[in-house]
Design a protein around this ligand. Sequence first.
Ligand code: GCV
Length: 695
Amino acid sequence: MAALLAGSAMAFGAAPGTAQANDGYDLWLSPAAAPAASPDIRVIGDSATLKLAAAELRRELTSSPLPIVLGKADAPDLAGLRLPLAGLGAEGYLVRPATIAGRPALVVTGNTDAAVLYGAFAAIRAQKMGADLAALDISSAPKVKLRVLNHWDNLDGSVERGYAGQSLWDWWTLPDFKDPRYADYARANASLGINGVVLNNVNASPVSMREDYITKAAALAEVFRPWGIKVYLSARFSAPIELGGLKTADPLDPEVRAWWKAKSDEIYRAIPDFGGFLVKANSEGQPGPRDYHRSHADGANMLAAAVAPHDGIVMWRAFVYAETDPDDRAKQAYTEFKPLDGKFADNVLVQVKNGAIDFQPREPFHPLFGAMPKTPMMLELQVTKEYLGFATHLAYLGTLFEEVLEADTRAKGKGSTVAKVVDGALEGHRLTGMAGVANIGRDRDWSGSTFNQANWYAFGRLAWDPTLSAEIIAREWARQTFGNDPQVVDTAVAIMMKSREAVVDYTGPLGLAHLMDTGHHYGPGPWVNELARPEWNPTYYHKADRDGIGFDRTRTGSNAVSQYAPAVARQLADPRTTPETELLWFHHLPWDWKMKSGRTLWTEMVAHYDRGVATVAQMQAQWNGVKGKVDAERWSKTATYLAIQHREARWWRDASLAYWMSVNGRALPAGSAAPEHDLAWYKAQRFPLAPGQGH
Ligand code: GCV
């Protein structure tokens, strides 16, 4: 019932930008209600996807200076136009005026139905950004083939690192009940070009591949299909034991191989366009091929062989580290995977997080990018804000994503950016992918806050084209979300563009990372040092003592810098040439180290913490300036969340400084406020019920 209400309430949603209530359900799109007037639209062809494309244009556009004609390039009336579609592949679109049967029209076309749908969304986006449809001439093809959301959703409805309510998937009522929200979700993804969804957590339950759950997944696939979206499943490596009753999951065992082949065949019978498997193996307690002394390539290739006859793929995660390995955690994935370059089957992508540790507010790019030229490297970004203040802190991640995509690996000389590794341009790979760990749940606004929706949006737009600018994406999103008032749009963009750096400043400036409290990752815990695995403790990462702070990853330390291409390694080997934003990631330095500003390291650190808190206060003031210009519901929720963020930024700053002072015995620079409480108070805080914890 709730779901039905959700669907129908959408029909009455307020238009973006009005000062009425708006619960955010419509995201950056328009409400379902048909506009009073709609343009003249002709669809050539009758597929479900083309119908959706036409419905979107009707719903989103109130007028068009030209009649609109939609259809595949080879459709009657369009084929004769000889439009330049050859370079657009299966998903690229073309939108331009043309004369059809003697009448001028705006043509929306592509080589497949999905491409036409993307073209329709592009036309809508362009019009909302102020373009004149009569003069529109746009064409675009995705630079990345697999643009996939990873849901860390459990079968009981909880979401690991989810801060937007329960899972969207109601596994209990599937396959019978197809909540209208599933189609609304698919529509939002399609508007960005997202073409794949991994339904279940990488910490996977074998039950996801049980017959009844395959039927449930098939029901979702059916809803998503017309929107151009394939479903994928996270596979638990030991499923042949748990589901199949075998004694082993050894990837070279013939019975195990046969089990996976039969299981894949079964899945493809239910879901003919099933995308394939995502696997977390031998990581944080998950089973994997290393349990049988086999390599990650052995494991991936076994699954790849099972899905290859169906054109399926395997996304094999490189997020591995072991408590038995005393080496720097930041080095372990590279050490394990680099020697496997060239050993993976053609339909395997190695999925690599943006940084070598774990989605910190800032990390240097992962050294595996550029280091495995023979292997397609799929970039994994975290859209949900596990380490950036959950749903309550405003942190626009477009800038974080842009920073990693623009990072230069120097693998093949200057300009070998992570974007070029990921989109295949550097090595000529055609199988390419980008994954985003979703921030989507059953909250009415899907992502836990209005501004979190922008992170979903930014992921989708960058997966389509990793060279887009974060600022342009922010502007696009703000205009579609809030309407055309320039003051509102400028304010939203200004807030967004500084927001992530503010989080870096108040949680861990100058390359510090992994300082949060245990388990829930909510709030500061730089003092934590008693956890079983050394690399789970913040003290492992900052190594602060009376004399200095930071992780020496040069030759005198773990030598992680040697995993980068020589030009990058040389730069990072010297603290004077290392970017100060990454200084303490790579170097252990005395508290009196002279920074470029002329200040000591300690004084500079304090200045960053202070700046982080001050930036949030500025963001609050800017948001107050658009009160009454944004609908009251979204305005006041955002204002309340900014107040929470300000309080918690202060908490992060105070707790961190109290701890650093207890270690270095130094006073705060003049003018910097003393922490509100003593260190013992901060240490005593407990949050057993914080959301999103794994279980
Ligand atoms: C899904 C981090 C998170 C875990 C997550 C893991 C991963 O460690 O805290 O919740 O598990 O990354 O990416 O596999």
